[in-house]
Write a protein that binds this ligand. Structure first.
Ligand SMILES: [Fe+2]
Length: 306
């Protein structure tokens, strides 16, 4: 028993190795607390190294609102952040809060959380000896990549509107004449929503007075891809066009070869509005097939919402 306790402690809250997370998932608990005492020395070391090496990259390639956000969150560079500390600084700015989760949040529930200004947040962290290898989200991606953007009121308002889009999609699917057609419409609308989210919130670029900068969290939490996204000649960067984005598949196993640029967060808000209008008009029920795949958990989360 002492041995297994010691082994669990050594694994700490490492992504895919955390006994605490396995137990929560096994018990069906999605919303959890952050058991801060379980983070191991290696977990804190991973945070420290990830945070330190991003500093020069952020200064060169991140948008100004992100840099301001990082400052206002007062992170301790040497330790995994406590969500309650993050929220103490974040909530007064925009009402957003990081909310600990044990794993994947089905699409509707994820967007619905955003509409309530709650951000489902992974609490595990990648291994200290594999800083670049990251098939799953971790706390560095969620807290250092996403949350600084949530300090900006305009960005935060745009994020809330994704929740409205999800409700509209659920309503539009409910009008289908039969269950098969309902499933088909839903798959198309969730695909459109997921693609738009991917090419904006996760991998978006924006114009700033100093040139093009990143605001997408997938870029802002990736040491290698941030620079690549903004400087590699092979990356195609185009002004965001709604008709293109909702029909464009993507592959999350590789650096993104195609990225879209917005003018700012007023523009982003207007685009999410436009997305909702198209959903409500029934114009996104036949988007192009392709990635991402919409799994059963995602589809049924929308069906439950009707
Ligand atoms: Fe993300």
């Amino acid at each position: 028993m002492a041995d297994s306790t010691a082994a669990a402690a050594a694994r700490g809250l490492t992504t895919t190795e955390a006994a605490f997370i396995e137990a929560a998932q096994h018990a069906g608990r999605l919303y959890i607390h952050q058991p801060y005492e379980l983070y191991s020395e290696q977990n804190h070391e991973a945070w420290q190294r990830l945070f330190a090496r991003m500093q020069p990259q952020w200064r060169r390639y991140a948008n100004p609102q992100f840099l301001k956000g990082i400052d206002s969150l007062c992170f301790d560079a040497s330790q995994v952040p406590r969500l309650e500390d993050v929220n103490r600084f974040l909530a007064p700015l925009t009402g957003f809060r990081a909310k600990a989760v044990s794993g994947y949040v089905p699409a509707f529930d994820f967007f619905d959380c955003l509409s309530k200004r709650e951000f489902p947040t992974t609490i595990t962290i990648r291994r200290a000896d594999r800083l670049d290898y990251l098939p799953e989200p971790d706390i560095f991606h969620d807290i250092a990549g996403h949350v600084p953007m949530h300090t900006d009121p305009k960005f935060a308002d745009a994020l809330v509107r994704f929740g409205n889009c999800a409700h509209t999609a659920a309503r539009m699917a409910a009008d289908a004449p039969d269950p098969e057609e309902k499933q088909r419409r839903l798959t198309s609308m969730i695909k459109a929503l997921a693609r738009f989210f991917w090419f904006t919130v996760e991998f978006g670029l924006m114009q700033t007075p100093d040139g093009v900068r990143a605001y997408g969290s997938g870029l802002l939490s990736s040491y290698g891809e941030l620079e690549h996204a903004l400087t590699a000649p092979a990356v195609q960067r185009y002004p965001l066009q709604m008709e293109w984005v909702v029909n464009q598949g993507f592959d999350y196993h590789h650096y993104q070869p195609l990225l879209f640029i917005i003018d700012g967060f007023d523009h982003l808000f207007a685009l999410v509005d436009e997305l909702e209008r198209r959903l409500a008009a029934g114009a996104l029920m036949y988007v192009a097939p392709g990635a991402p795949d919409i799994n059963d958990a995602d589809a049924s989360s929308f069906l439950r919402a009707e």
